[in-house]
Design a binder for this molecule. Structure first.
Ligand code: CA
Length: 239
């Protein structure tokens, strides 16, 4: 008899648990086989409700979340999972690849997304990268990019050895973005992480701070920008 929540392999705290939320049997079976072959412990939930129950039973280290679920809206499930698991990578699996769907998913707390059909090799590589960055928080020590050095412990920032006068929130924002260098961070994620504010359509706080950072840091010596605006998605600190 098929169950909505199957646990494969044995329980051990040293293992990496991946919650797979997927109702399509072919995709779910392929993911479970591939993840298990790579040494992950897989919890499979075939419905949104089963996913939320599974998280209550055992917190996973990462989540692969299909957005098209039979019972609950995938974005709603994503938001609930993010509340329950503040620092766990959530990768959305979506057949919907329009910009607005991706924005909605990222705003609901997803870390990343892949569009169907996807390569399991690419998905696993992304998963490994997210698991690595999830285990390297909080940022400490120096973050160094070309002539920029950010001393996260001392809460200071230097350009070619000279300290840059940044306001505390500007520096917090820079540390947050630089510690996820190369990744697009959504507007609401940055507001949430740096200001502890949820999505507020009226505020331009973030834009003001990004503008100030750009002014104070200037361009790189090679002319490239430090921070790129990714239209309607958010911002990316360039590694
Ligand atoms: Ca589906």
């Amino acid at each position: 008899m098929p169950t909505s929540c199957d646990v494969t392999d044995h329980d051990s705290s040293s293992e990496t648990v991946v919650l797979v939320v997927e109702d399509d049997s072919a995709i779910a079976d392929a993911l479970v086989a591939e993840l298990t072959a790579h040494g992950y412990v897989v919890v499979l939930a075939r419905t949104g409700r089963a996913a939320l129950d599974a998280v209550g039973a055992r917190a996973p280290d990462a989540v692969l979340l299909d957005l098209g679920l039979p019972d609950l809206d995938g974005v709603h499930v994503c938001r609930s999972l993010r509340q329950a698991l503040p620092s766990v990578p959530i990768v959305m699996l979506t057949a919907r690849d329009t910009e607005i769907d991706i924005v909605v998913g990222l705003d609901a707390g997803a870390t990343d997304y892949v569009t169907k059909p996807f390569s399991t090799h690419v998905l696993l590589a992304r998963l490994r990268a997210h698991l690595r960055s999830a285990t390297t928080v909080p940022p400490s020590g120096d973050l160094v990019f070309d002539e920029l050095r950010i001393d996260a412990d001392g809460f200071r920032c230097y350009l070619s050895g000279s300290e840059v006068a940044l306001r505390p929130k500007e520096l917090s924002l820079l540390i947050r973005m630089a510690s996820s260098a190369g990744r697009v961070l959504s507007r609401s994620q940055l507001l949430d992480d740096v200001w502890d504010m949820s999505w507020e359509t009226g505020t331009n706080t973030l834009e003001v701070h990004v503008h100030a950072l750009r002014q104070k840091l200037g361009p790189r010596a090679d002319g490239r920008p430090w921070i790129t605006t990714v239209r309607s998605l958010g911002y990316r600190f360039e590694p």
